[in-house]
Design a protein around this ligand. Structure first.
Ligand code: GUN
Ligand code: ZN
Length: 452
Protein backbone atom coordinates (compact mmCIF):
# COMPACT_ATOMS: atom_id res chain seq x y z
CA UNK A 1 0.00 0.00 0.00
CA UNK A 2 1.00 3.58 -0.55
CA UNK A 3 -0.47 6.82 0.71
CA UNK A 4 -0.37 10.52 -0.13
CA UNK A 5 -1.04 13.40 2.24
CA UNK A 6 -2.20 16.63 0.55
CA UNK A 7 -5.35 18.64 -0.08
CA UNK A 8 -7.88 16.32 -1.77
CA UNK A 9 -10.76 16.75 -4.20
CA UNK A 10 -13.35 14.09 -4.96
CA UNK A 11 -17.08 13.99 -5.84
CA UNK A 12 -20.12 12.69 -3.97
CA UNK A 13 -21.96 10.49 -6.50
CA UNK A 14 -25.28 11.03 -4.68
CA UNK A 15 -25.09 14.84 -4.74
CA UNK A 16 -26.25 17.39 -7.31
CA UNK A 17 -23.30 17.69 -9.77
CA UNK A 18 -23.41 21.47 -9.40
CA UNK A 19 -22.35 21.10 -5.75
CA UNK A 20 -20.93 17.59 -5.51
CA UNK A 21 -17.28 18.35 -4.70
CA UNK A 22 -15.88 17.03 -1.42
CA UNK A 23 -12.72 18.79 -0.32
CA UNK A 24 -10.19 18.00 2.39
CA UNK A 25 -7.71 20.77 3.12
CA UNK A 26 -5.42 18.17 4.74
CA UNK A 27 -6.35 14.77 3.37
CA UNK A 28 -5.02 11.24 3.09
CA UNK A 29 -5.35 9.05 -0.01
CA UNK A 30 -4.51 5.38 0.56
CA UNK A 31 -3.89 3.17 -2.49
CA UNK A 32 -3.50 -0.57 -2.79
CA UNK A 33 -4.42 -3.58 -4.92
CA UNK A 34 -7.97 -4.90 -5.14
CA UNK A 35 -8.80 -8.62 -5.36
CA UNK A 36 -7.73 -8.71 -9.03
CA UNK A 37 -4.46 -6.90 -8.38
CA UNK A 38 -5.54 -3.56 -9.89
CA UNK A 39 -4.38 -0.52 -7.97
CA UNK A 40 -7.41 1.23 -6.45
CA UNK A 41 -8.28 3.74 -3.78
CA UNK A 42 -8.44 1.87 -0.46
CA UNK A 43 -9.33 4.79 1.76
CA UNK A 44 -9.73 8.54 1.50
CA UNK A 45 -10.58 11.30 3.95
CA UNK A 46 -9.18 13.75 6.48
CA UNK A 47 -5.58 13.07 7.48
CA UNK A 48 -6.30 13.51 11.19
CA UNK A 49 -9.12 10.94 11.13
CA UNK A 50 -7.47 8.33 8.89
CA UNK A 51 -3.79 8.40 9.80
CA UNK A 52 -4.15 6.53 13.13
CA UNK A 53 -5.67 3.57 11.24
CA UNK A 54 -2.51 3.10 9.17
CA UNK A 55 0.47 3.02 11.52
CA UNK A 56 3.71 2.35 9.69
CA UNK A 57 2.26 3.07 6.23
CA UNK A 58 4.60 4.94 3.88
CA UNK A 59 3.06 8.37 3.33
CA UNK A 60 4.31 10.92 0.81
CA UNK A 61 3.60 14.33 2.29
CA UNK A 62 2.88 17.01 -0.31
CA UNK A 63 2.14 20.28 1.48
CA UNK A 64 0.66 23.03 -0.69
CA UNK A 65 -0.49 20.52 -3.32
CA UNK A 66 -3.98 19.40 -4.39
CA UNK A 67 -4.72 15.78 -5.41
CA UNK A 68 -7.68 15.47 -7.78
CA UNK A 69 -9.09 12.72 -10.02
CA UNK A 70 -7.32 12.33 -13.36
CA UNK A 71 -9.19 14.18 -16.12
CA UNK A 72 -11.22 12.38 -18.79
CA UNK A 73 -11.20 13.66 -22.38
CA UNK A 74 -14.39 12.35 -23.98
CA UNK A 75 -13.44 13.24 -27.56
CA UNK A 76 -9.99 13.91 -28.98
CA UNK A 77 -8.29 13.14 -32.30
CA UNK A 78 -4.86 11.58 -31.92
CA UNK A 79 -3.92 12.28 -35.59
CA UNK A 80 -4.73 15.99 -35.36
CA UNK A 81 -2.10 17.31 -32.95
CA UNK A 82 -0.13 18.64 -35.90
CA UNK A 83 -3.03 20.72 -37.23
CA UNK A 84 -4.02 22.34 -33.94
CA UNK A 85 -4.42 26.08 -34.51
CA UNK A 86 -5.24 25.88 -38.23
CA UNK A 87 -7.77 28.59 -39.06
CA UNK A 88 -10.59 27.94 -41.53
CA UNK A 89 -13.98 29.26 -42.57
CA UNK A 90 -15.82 26.62 -40.57
CA UNK A 91 -15.78 22.85 -40.18
CA UNK A 92 -15.92 21.56 -43.75
CA UNK A 93 -13.08 23.73 -45.18
CA UNK A 94 -11.05 22.94 -42.03
CA UNK A 95 -11.43 19.22 -42.65
CA UNK A 96 -10.60 19.50 -46.33
CA UNK A 97 -7.67 21.88 -46.12
CA UNK A 98 -5.93 20.91 -42.88
CA UNK A 99 -7.22 17.72 -41.32
CA UNK A 100 -7.63 15.28 -44.17
CA UNK A 101 -4.11 15.94 -45.58
CA UNK A 102 -2.49 15.34 -42.17
CA UNK A 103 -4.52 12.21 -41.41
CA UNK A 104 -3.32 10.61 -44.64
CA UNK A 105 0.17 10.37 -43.14
CA UNK A 106 -1.05 7.80 -40.59
CA UNK A 107 -1.01 5.11 -43.24
CA UNK A 108 2.61 4.69 -42.13
CA UNK A 109 2.96 2.46 -39.05
CA UNK A 110 6.20 4.25 -38.12
CA UNK A 111 4.58 7.69 -38.30
CA UNK A 112 1.57 6.43 -36.33
CA UNK A 113 3.77 4.92 -33.64
CA UNK A 114 5.82 8.09 -33.15
CA UNK A 115 2.71 10.27 -33.07
CA UNK A 116 0.97 7.93 -30.60
CA UNK A 117 3.87 8.21 -28.16
CA UNK A 118 3.83 11.99 -28.36
CA UNK A 119 0.04 12.21 -28.12
CA UNK A 120 -0.24 10.09 -24.97
CA UNK A 121 2.69 11.82 -23.31
CA UNK A 122 1.02 15.16 -24.00
CA UNK A 123 -2.32 13.95 -22.59
CA UNK A 124 -0.56 12.83 -19.40
CA UNK A 125 1.43 16.03 -19.15
CA UNK A 126 -1.88 17.92 -19.22
CA UNK A 127 -3.42 15.69 -16.52
CA UNK A 128 -5.63 13.57 -18.78
CA UNK A 129 -5.65 9.93 -17.68
CA UNK A 130 -8.61 8.55 -19.69
CA UNK A 131 -9.54 9.35 -23.28
CA UNK A 132 -12.04 8.37 -25.94
CA UNK A 133 -9.98 9.09 -29.03
CA UNK A 134 -10.30 9.04 -32.79
CA UNK A 135 -7.52 7.40 -34.79
CA UNK A 136 -7.62 7.39 -38.62
CA UNK A 137 -9.06 5.08 -41.25
CA UNK A 138 -5.74 3.15 -41.30
CA UNK A 139 -5.59 0.05 -39.06
CA UNK A 140 -1.93 0.93 -38.34
CA UNK A 141 -3.01 4.08 -36.52
CA UNK A 142 -5.33 2.10 -34.22
CA UNK A 143 -2.69 -0.53 -33.51
CA UNK A 144 -0.15 2.17 -32.68
CA UNK A 145 -2.44 4.02 -30.27
CA UNK A 146 -3.56 0.88 -28.43
CA UNK A 147 0.01 -0.37 -28.12
CA UNK A 148 1.27 2.95 -26.73
CA UNK A 149 -1.64 3.17 -24.26
CA UNK A 150 -1.07 -0.41 -23.12
CA UNK A 151 2.57 0.41 -22.45
CA UNK A 152 1.49 3.28 -20.19
CA UNK A 153 -1.38 1.30 -18.61
CA UNK A 154 -3.73 4.12 -19.59
CA UNK A 155 -7.48 3.78 -19.83
CA UNK A 156 -7.97 4.51 -23.51
CA UNK A 157 -10.78 3.81 -25.97
CA UNK A 158 -10.31 4.12 -29.74
CA UNK A 159 -11.25 2.42 -33.00
CA UNK A 160 -10.86 2.37 -36.76
CA UNK A 161 -12.30 5.46 -38.42
CA UNK A 162 -15.03 4.35 -40.82
CA UNK A 163 -15.17 6.53 -43.92
CA UNK A 164 -15.93 5.03 -47.31
CA UNK A 165 -16.88 8.17 -49.27
CA UNK A 166 -16.53 11.96 -49.58
CA UNK A 167 -12.85 12.26 -48.61
CA UNK A 168 -9.53 11.97 -50.47
CA UNK A 169 -8.89 8.42 -51.71
CA UNK A 170 -5.83 8.09 -49.47
CA UNK A 171 -8.04 8.58 -46.44
CA UNK A 172 -10.91 6.30 -47.37
CA UNK A 173 -11.15 2.72 -46.12
CA UNK A 174 -9.49 0.35 -48.59
CA UNK A 175 -10.63 -2.71 -50.53
CA UNK A 176 -9.55 -5.99 -48.97
CA UNK A 177 -6.98 -8.39 -50.36
CA UNK A 178 -9.52 -11.10 -51.21
CA UNK A 179 -11.75 -8.90 -53.33
CA UNK A 180 -13.88 -7.53 -50.49
CA UNK A 181 -14.91 -3.93 -51.11
CA UNK A 182 -13.79 -1.10 -48.84
CA UNK A 183 -17.06 -0.96 -46.92
CA UNK A 184 -17.05 -4.65 -46.08
CA UNK A 185 -13.32 -4.64 -45.34
CA UNK A 186 -13.66 -1.68 -42.96
CA UNK A 187 -16.21 -3.64 -40.94
CA UNK A 188 -14.05 -6.78 -40.95
CA UNK A 189 -11.06 -4.71 -39.81
CA UNK A 190 -13.16 -3.08 -37.07
CA UNK A 191 -14.25 -6.44 -35.72
CA UNK A 192 -10.71 -7.82 -35.88
CA UNK A 193 -9.35 -4.84 -33.94
CA UNK A 194 -12.24 -5.02 -31.47
CA UNK A 195 -11.56 -8.68 -30.75
CA UNK A 196 -7.86 -7.96 -30.37
CA UNK A 197 -8.15 -5.00 -27.96
CA UNK A 198 -11.56 -4.69 -26.26
CA UNK A 199 -11.14 -5.32 -22.53
CA UNK A 200 -7.40 -5.95 -22.76
CA UNK A 201 -6.00 -4.33 -19.61
CA UNK A 202 -7.62 -0.92 -19.43
CA UNK A 203 -8.35 -0.60 -23.16
CA UNK A 204 -11.69 -0.40 -24.92
CA UNK A 205 -12.84 -0.43 -28.55
CA UNK A 206 -15.07 2.21 -30.12
CA UNK A 207 -16.96 1.56 -33.35
CA UNK A 208 -16.16 4.81 -35.12
CA UNK A 209 -18.11 6.10 -38.12
CA UNK A 210 -16.42 9.50 -38.58
CA UNK A 211 -19.70 11.31 -39.29
CA UNK A 212 -22.68 10.56 -41.48
CA UNK A 213 -21.38 12.38 -44.61
CA UNK A 214 -18.30 10.17 -44.97
CA UNK A 215 -20.11 6.84 -44.61
CA UNK A 216 -22.39 5.08 -47.06
CA UNK A 217 -25.69 3.74 -45.75
CA UNK A 218 -24.20 0.25 -46.02
CA UNK A 219 -21.27 1.22 -43.79
CA UNK A 220 -23.52 2.82 -41.16
CA UNK A 221 -25.76 -0.25 -41.23
CA UNK A 222 -22.77 -2.54 -40.76
CA UNK A 223 -21.48 -0.39 -37.90
CA UNK A 224 -24.88 -0.61 -36.22
CA UNK A 225 -24.86 -4.40 -36.59
CA UNK A 226 -21.41 -4.55 -35.00
CA UNK A 227 -22.65 -2.34 -32.16
CA UNK A 228 -25.55 -4.71 -31.52
CA UNK A 229 -23.24 -7.74 -31.45
CA UNK A 230 -20.74 -6.10 -29.08
CA UNK A 231 -22.74 -4.11 -26.50
CA UNK A 232 -19.68 -3.71 -24.29
CA UNK A 233 -17.89 -1.77 -27.05
CA UNK A 234 -18.31 1.98 -27.44
CA UNK A 235 -19.58 3.97 -30.44
CA UNK A 236 -18.18 7.40 -31.26
CA UNK A 237 -19.02 9.94 -33.95
CA UNK A 238 -19.87 13.59 -34.58
CA UNK A 239 -23.28 15.23 -34.84
CA UNK A 240 -24.95 18.61 -35.29
CA UNK A 241 -21.77 20.66 -35.16
CA UNK A 242 -22.15 23.03 -38.11
CA UNK A 243 -24.98 24.30 -40.32
CA UNK A 244 -23.33 23.34 -43.64
CA UNK A 245 -22.64 19.85 -42.29
CA UNK A 246 -26.28 19.49 -41.21
CA UNK A 247 -27.58 20.57 -44.64
CA UNK A 248 -25.24 18.04 -46.26
CA UNK A 249 -26.54 15.19 -44.08
CA UNK A 250 -30.10 16.19 -44.85
CA UNK A 251 -29.38 15.86 -48.59
CA UNK A 252 -27.59 12.53 -48.16
CA UNK A 253 -30.13 10.92 -45.81
CA UNK A 254 -33.45 12.63 -46.62
CA UNK A 255 -35.46 9.78 -45.10
CA UNK A 256 -34.14 10.47 -41.58
CA UNK A 257 -36.01 12.96 -39.39
CA UNK A 258 -32.84 14.78 -38.36
CA UNK A 259 -29.07 14.44 -38.46
CA UNK A 260 -29.07 12.69 -35.08
CA UNK A 261 -31.84 10.31 -36.05
CA UNK A 262 -29.73 9.16 -39.01
CA UNK A 263 -27.56 7.42 -36.43
CA UNK A 264 -30.58 6.02 -34.59
CA UNK A 265 -31.99 4.74 -37.89
CA UNK A 266 -28.82 2.66 -38.37
CA UNK A 267 -28.72 1.27 -34.82
CA UNK A 268 -25.96 3.59 -33.62
CA UNK A 269 -27.60 5.05 -30.55
CA UNK A 270 -27.39 3.25 -27.24
CA UNK A 271 -25.52 3.43 -23.95
CA UNK A 272 -21.79 3.83 -24.56
CA UNK A 273 -22.52 5.78 -27.79
CA UNK A 274 -20.76 9.15 -27.57
CA UNK A 275 -21.57 11.96 -30.00
CA UNK A 276 -19.31 14.98 -30.20
CA UNK A 277 -20.79 18.51 -30.29
CA UNK A 278 -24.62 18.05 -30.18
CA UNK A 279 -25.08 21.79 -30.68
CA UNK A 280 -27.87 22.26 -33.21
CA UNK A 281 -30.50 19.95 -31.69
CA UNK A 282 -34.25 20.28 -31.37
CA UNK A 283 -36.40 18.91 -28.56
CA UNK A 284 -36.89 15.56 -30.35
CA UNK A 285 -33.15 15.11 -30.74
CA UNK A 286 -32.62 15.75 -27.04
CA UNK A 287 -35.39 13.31 -26.14
CA UNK A 288 -33.72 10.73 -28.40
CA UNK A 289 -30.40 11.19 -26.62
CA UNK A 290 -32.13 10.62 -23.30
CA UNK A 291 -34.23 7.67 -24.43
CA UNK A 292 -31.30 5.78 -25.95
CA UNK A 293 -28.76 6.47 -23.18
CA UNK A 294 -26.32 8.03 -25.64
CA UNK A 295 -23.97 10.73 -24.33
CA UNK A 296 -22.76 14.06 -25.67
CA UNK A 297 -19.08 15.05 -25.70
CA UNK A 298 -19.04 18.84 -25.43
CA UNK A 299 -16.13 20.47 -27.21
CA UNK A 300 -16.20 24.15 -26.27
CA UNK A 301 -12.77 25.28 -27.45
CA UNK A 302 -13.36 23.62 -30.82
CA UNK A 303 -16.80 25.14 -31.16
CA UNK A 304 -15.43 28.60 -30.36
CA UNK A 305 -12.42 28.21 -32.69
CA UNK A 306 -14.37 26.93 -35.70
CA UNK A 307 -17.38 29.17 -35.02
CA UNK A 308 -19.66 26.14 -34.78
CA UNK A 309 -22.04 27.37 -32.08
CA UNK A 310 -22.87 27.07 -28.39
CA UNK A 311 -24.05 23.92 -26.61
CA UNK A 312 -27.39 24.51 -24.86
CA UNK A 313 -26.82 23.34 -21.28
CA UNK A 314 -30.26 24.31 -19.98
CA UNK A 315 -32.09 22.31 -22.65
CA UNK A 316 -29.76 19.34 -22.13
CA UNK A 317 -30.51 19.38 -18.41
CA UNK A 318 -34.20 19.56 -19.10
CA UNK A 319 -34.05 16.56 -21.42
CA UNK A 320 -31.83 14.74 -18.94
CA UNK A 321 -29.24 13.26 -21.30
CA UNK A 322 -25.67 12.59 -20.24
CA UNK A 323 -22.77 14.79 -21.23
CA UNK A 324 -19.16 15.55 -20.38
CA UNK A 325 -16.23 17.61 -21.60
CA UNK A 326 -13.78 17.05 -24.43
CA UNK A 327 -10.92 18.88 -26.10
CA UNK A 328 -11.66 17.85 -29.72
CA UNK A 329 -8.05 18.66 -30.58
CA UNK A 330 -7.17 19.53 -33.40
CA UNK A 331 -10.43 21.49 -33.86
CA UNK A 332 -10.06 22.27 -30.19
CA UNK A 333 -7.31 24.66 -29.22
CA UNK A 334 -5.80 22.93 -26.18
CA UNK A 335 -5.40 19.55 -24.51
CA UNK A 336 -5.57 21.31 -21.15
CA UNK A 337 -8.70 20.42 -19.15
CA UNK A 338 -8.43 23.88 -17.57
CA UNK A 339 -8.81 25.55 -20.96
CA UNK A 340 -11.71 23.24 -21.83
CA UNK A 341 -13.51 23.97 -18.54
CA UNK A 342 -13.07 27.70 -19.10
CA UNK A 343 -14.41 27.32 -22.66
CA UNK A 344 -17.42 25.47 -21.28
CA UNK A 345 -18.10 28.30 -18.86
CA UNK A 346 -17.96 30.85 -21.72
CA UNK A 347 -20.27 28.68 -23.85
CA UNK A 348 -22.69 28.35 -20.94
CA UNK A 349 -22.76 32.12 -20.44
CA UNK A 350 -23.78 32.84 -24.03
CA UNK A 351 -27.40 33.86 -23.94
CA UNK A 352 -28.28 34.82 -27.49
CA UNK A 353 -29.88 31.71 -29.04
CA UNK A 354 -30.43 29.93 -25.73
CA UNK A 355 -30.56 30.52 -21.99
CA UNK A 356 -27.30 31.91 -20.60
CA UNK A 357 -26.15 30.12 -17.44
CA UNK A 358 -23.32 30.51 -14.95
CA UNK A 359 -22.01 26.98 -14.55
CA UNK A 360 -20.47 26.39 -11.13
CA UNK A 361 -16.78 25.50 -11.02
CA UNK A 362 -17.66 22.24 -9.27
CA UNK A 363 -20.01 21.36 -12.12
CA UNK A 364 -17.36 22.21 -14.74
CA UNK A 365 -14.78 20.04 -12.95
CA UNK A 366 -17.33 17.19 -12.57
CA UNK A 367 -18.02 17.29 -16.33
CA UNK A 368 -14.34 16.54 -16.98
CA UNK A 369 -14.00 13.79 -14.31
CA UNK A 370 -16.81 11.93 -12.52
CA UNK A 371 -19.51 13.17 -14.92
CA UNK A 372 -17.49 12.18 -17.97
CA UNK A 373 -16.93 8.72 -16.46
CA UNK A 374 -20.67 8.37 -15.95
CA UNK A 375 -21.38 9.51 -19.52
CA UNK A 376 -18.89 6.94 -20.84
CA UNK A 377 -20.34 4.15 -18.70
CA UNK A 378 -17.11 4.00 -16.67
CA UNK A 379 -18.67 5.08 -13.41
CA UNK A 380 -18.50 1.85 -11.45
CA UNK A 381 -22.16 0.89 -11.64
CA UNK A 382 -22.94 -2.78 -12.36
CA UNK A 383 -19.41 -3.76 -11.51
CA UNK A 384 -17.91 -1.61 -14.22
CA UNK A 385 -14.56 0.00 -13.55
CA UNK A 386 -14.57 3.41 -11.97
CA UNK A 387 -12.43 6.34 -13.00
CA UNK A 388 -12.90 10.08 -12.66
CA UNK A 389 -13.26 10.01 -8.90
CA UNK A 390 -11.23 9.14 -5.81
CA UNK A 391 -13.71 7.09 -3.79
CA UNK A 392 -12.77 3.72 -2.29
CA UNK A 393 -12.69 1.18 -5.14
CA UNK A 394 -11.92 3.72 -7.87
CA UNK A 395 -8.95 3.03 -10.09
CA UNK A 396 -6.22 5.21 -8.68
CA UNK A 397 -5.58 7.64 -11.55
CA UNK A 398 -4.91 11.08 -10.16
CA UNK A 399 -3.22 14.42 -10.72
CA UNK A 400 -1.10 16.38 -8.33
CA UNK A 401 -1.81 20.08 -8.83
CA UNK A 402 0.29 23.02 -7.76
CA UNK A 403 -2.12 25.83 -6.93
CA UNK A 404 0.81 28.25 -6.84
CA UNK A 405 2.21 27.30 -10.25
CA UNK A 406 2.36 30.90 -11.53
CA UNK A 407 2.72 34.19 -9.64
CA UNK A 408 -0.83 35.31 -10.44
CA UNK A 409 -2.31 31.90 -9.65
CA UNK A 410 -0.48 31.85 -6.30
CA UNK A 411 -1.82 35.30 -5.49
CA UNK A 412 -5.38 34.48 -6.57
CA UNK A 413 -5.61 31.06 -4.87
CA UNK A 414 -4.19 32.53 -1.64
CA UNK A 415 -7.17 34.88 -1.63
CA UNK A 416 -9.76 32.17 -2.37
CA UNK A 417 -12.42 32.38 0.32
CA UNK A 418 -13.98 28.97 -0.41
CA UNK A 419 -13.69 25.90 -2.60
CA UNK A 420 -15.59 27.43 -5.53
CA UNK A 421 -13.17 30.36 -5.63
CA UNK A 422 -10.18 28.01 -5.52
CA UNK A 423 -11.53 25.85 -8.36
CA UNK A 424 -12.51 28.86 -10.44
CA UNK A 425 -9.05 30.38 -10.08
CA UNK A 426 -7.54 27.12 -11.37
CA UNK A 427 -10.05 26.92 -14.25
CA UNK A 428 -9.42 30.49 -15.39
CA UNK A 429 -5.67 30.75 -14.78
CA UNK A 430 -4.58 27.10 -14.99
CA UNK A 431 -2.87 25.13 -17.72
CA UNK A 432 -0.22 22.39 -17.95
CA UNK A 433 2.03 24.33 -15.55
CA UNK A 434 -0.40 23.47 -12.75
CA UNK A 435 -0.08 19.72 -13.34
CA UNK A 436 2.98 18.74 -11.34
CA UNK A 437 2.48 14.99 -11.63
CA UNK A 438 0.04 12.61 -13.31
CA UNK A 439 -0.24 9.19 -11.70
CA UNK A 440 -1.69 6.21 -13.55
CA UNK A 441 -3.05 3.25 -11.60
CA UNK A 442 -1.42 -0.06 -12.34
CA UNK A 443 -3.97 -2.44 -13.85
CA UNK A 444 -4.30 -6.07 -12.83
CA UNK A 445 -2.66 -7.09 -16.07
CA UNK A 446 0.12 -4.51 -15.98
CA UNK A 447 3.35 -5.93 -17.26
CA UNK A 448 6.51 -5.11 -15.41
CA UNK A 449 8.51 -2.48 -17.27
CA UNK A 450 12.07 -3.40 -18.19
CA UNK A 451 13.96 -6.41 -19.42
CA UNK A 452 13.09 -8.84 -16.60
N1 GUN B 1 -16.63 16.07 -38.16
C1 GUN B 1 -16.11 15.07 -38.90
N2 GUN B 1 -14.80 14.93 -38.68
C2 GUN B 1 -14.48 15.86 -37.76
C3 GUN B 1 -13.25 16.22 -37.12
O1 GUN B 1 -12.20 15.63 -37.35
N3 GUN B 1 -13.33 17.25 -36.23
C4 GUN B 1 -14.48 17.89 -35.95
N4 GUN B 1 -14.47 18.88 -35.06
N5 GUN B 1 -15.64 17.58 -36.55
C5 GUN B 1 -15.63 16.58 -37.43
ZN1 ZN C 1 -13.99 15.60 -33.35
Amino acid sequence: MKAYRAALLRFDPAADPRQAAVYEADGLLVLGPDASGAEVVQDVGAWAALAPRYPGLAVEHLPGRLIAPGFIDMHVHFPQLNVIGSPADGLLPWLENHTFPEEQRFESPAYSAAEAEFFLDELLRHGVTTALAFATSHPASVQALFAAAQQRDMRLITGLCLMDRHAPAALLNRDGPAGTDATEQSLIDSETLLLQWQGVGRLGYAITPRFAPTSSAAQLRGAGELAARYPQAWIQSHVAENHDEIAWVRSLFPQSRSYLSTYADFGLMRERAVYAHCIHFDAEDRALMHATGAAAALCPTSNLFLGSGFFDYASAEQAGFRYGLASDVGGGTSLSPFHTMLGAYVVGRDGRGKAGLSLTPQHLWWQHTAGAAQALGLDGRSGRPAVGNLLPGCEADFVLLNTQATPLLARRTARAANLDELLFALIVLGDDRVVERTVIARSASARPVGPS
